[in-house]
Design a protein around this ligand. Structure first.
Ligand code: SF4
Length: 205
C-alpha cells in the first residue's frame, strides 16, 4: 500500500515536471510512462515519440508493435503486459525531431541527468525482478558503454539482484536488426526471457 501511494506521488511529480524546459531544453513536457507498483518486469526505452505523447502510453507506435511481437513470442499479450508490468524511459518527455527531421532527437546527456532521479525512484519503488533496457541509451544506463553485439542475447545480473535482458531498439529504422546474426541474438534474448518467466514464477498466464 505504502509503495503504491509513493509511486502515485512520484507519477504526479513526473507528470508535472518542467526541469528540462527550465534548463532550456526543447522538449514537449508531459512525462510518458505506465505501470503498477506490483510489476515484476520493467521495460526502459530511450524517450517517448510523438505517437506515445498523443496516446499517453509508452511504445505506442511501430516500435511498440515489434516489441510486443517479441514479447508475444515469450507468452505475453500486449494488453496483459501493459496492465500488469511497467514501461518507462531514460527521459520521459518527447525530445522533438532530430536535425534534418530524421527521426527523433536523442536526449542530451544533460537531459538524461535531469531525468535520472525519476528512473532511480521508479526502480526503488517497483523493484522489478527483470529489467528490459531497450536500445543503446537504456542499455548504457544499466550495463555501461558496451556494444550491442556483446550484450543482446544474454541475461545479465544487475546491481540490485535483478536480471537485465537487453534488447535493441525495435524501430523499423534500426538497421542493426537487418543482420541475421543480430536477429539470432534477439531470439536468444527472448529464449532467456521465457526461461526467466518460468524460473521466477512470472506468469504471462
Ligand atoms: S524529460 Fe524528465 S526531467 Fe525532463 S522535463 Fe520531462 S520528466 Fe522532467
Amino acid at each position: 500500500m505504502e509503495e503504491r501511494d509513493s509511486l502515485a506521488a512520484l507519477h504526479r511529480q513526473m507528470r508535472a515536471c518542467l526541469r528540462c524546459l527550465e534548463e532550456g531544453h526543447l522538449i514537449t513536457p508531459g512525462a510518458v510512462f505506465s505501470g503498477v507498483a506490483t510489476a515484476e518486469v520493467m521495460v526502459v526505452g530511450q524517450a517517448p515519440g510523438i505517437t506515445e505523447v498523443e496516446a499517453g502510453r509508452p511504445f505506442n507506435g511501430s516500435s511498440g508493435r515489434r516489441l510486443f511481437e517479441w514479447l508475444a513470442e515469450t507468452g505475453w499479450q500486449e494488453i496483459e503486459f501493459r496492465a500488469t508490468q511497467y514501461m518507462t524511459a531514460i527521459t520521459k518527455c518527447y525530445p522533438g525531431r532530430g536535425r534534418g527531421g530524421k527521426g527523433d532527437r536523442v536526449p542530451k546527456r544533460s537531459e538524461q541527468k535531469l531525468c535520472a532521479p525519476f528512473l532511480d525512484q521508479e526502480l526503488a519503488l517497483v523493484r522489478p525482478k527483470i529489467i528490459l533496457p531497450v536500445g543503446g541509451l537504456a542499455i548504457r544506463r544499466f550495463l555501461g558503454a558496451v556494444p550491442l553485439v556483446e550484450v543482446v542475447g544474454k541475461a545479465l545480473p544487475g546491481e540490485d539482484g535483478q536480471w537485465i535482458v537487453p534488447l535493441p531498439h525495435p524501430s523499423g529504422a534500426n538497421l542493426w536488426l537487418n543482420q541475421p546474426a543480430n536477429r539470432e541474438r534477439v531470439a536468444q534474448a527472448l529464449a532467456h526471457l521465457s526461461r526467466l518467466w518460468q524460473c521466477l514464477g512470472i506468469s504471462p498466464s
